[in-house]
Design a protein around this ligand. Structure first.
Ligand code: ATP
Ligand code: MG
Length: 209
């Protein structure tokens, strides 16, 4: 085995999927904490194309969500953004994305980072057993979720793979994109809830009005 392939074996990559409409500090804190706790070399933010669980008409154009995400992660050298899901036609399933990333990052260990609420949804998705073979899950708590009960539910759902589902506590940040959109609509402040560059972008483009 050549040296580069050997090195790649010990590299870890985190995938942070989301609608990111808009991206906010809850997403960023979660990704950074997961990176630190699990020694990931890099975290890729992947804005969803057409989120299977959200109706298309209520979601901002992918180009806006992609650009806000790019602006938001720019200051972290460990963070990058991928447009794989946005450029794919049809629904975005985690398994398809993981397969694409595996091709690009051959030999890297893949961690799929999600909020505790989202992981329970994803684990009912297409080809979940295959997904759990190909990557580990990091389920981050967000306000309102009890870590212990999540663990119990995951073990019941996937007894054979529960070891591949890690839980992670992040500093509680009661921030959601839904709340940010509502605040913009109502003319209330969103300052400090998300990176300034993303805030400026969404105002400049008249999003969520
Ligand atoms: P919306 O309110 O539109 O659903 P959201 O704030 O939940 O938006 P998403 O883009 O749906 O953001 O979430 C992407 C991922 O980030 C999901 O895995 C979600 O669980 C997680 N996440 C969202 N907000 C937080 C937060 N405040 N703390 C930790 N994780 C979060
Ligand atoms: Mg959500």
């Amino acid at each position: 085995m050549d040296k580069t392939a050997n090195q790649a074996k010990h590299k870890k990559i985190g995938l942070m999927g989301g609608t990111f409409d808009p991206i906010h500090h809850g997403h960023l804190v979660t990704a950074e904490e997961a990176r630190f706790q699990f020694n990931m070399d890099q975290v890729i933010f992947i804005p969803a194309g057409i989120p299977p669980h959200k109706s298309k008409k209520n979601v901002s154009h992918p180009s806006h969500r992609l650009e806000m995400t790019r602006l938001a992660v720019g200051s972290n050298p460990h963070f990058t953004v991928s447009d794989v899901e946005i450029n794919r036609h049809g629904l975005s399933y985690a398994i398809d994305t993981v397969d694409l990333i595996r091709e690009e990052y051959d030999g890297w260990e893949i961690y799929f980072i999600t909020g505790a609420d989202a992981v329970l949804e994803i684990l009912t998705w297409k080809k979940v057993e295959e997904l759990l073979q190909k990557c580990c899950f990091v389920a981050a708590t967000r306000p309102g979720f009890r870590l212990e009960s999540l663990g119990e539910r995951l073990i019941k759902l996937h007894p054979a793979y529960s070891a591949r589902i890690k839980t992670l506590e992040v500093p509680a940040l009661a921030i959601s994109s839904t709340d940010i959109r509502l605040r913009v609509q109502q003319g209330r402040p969103i300052k400090y809830l998300l990176p300034e560059a993303a805030e400026e972008y969404l105002y400049r483009h008249g999003l969520y009005k």
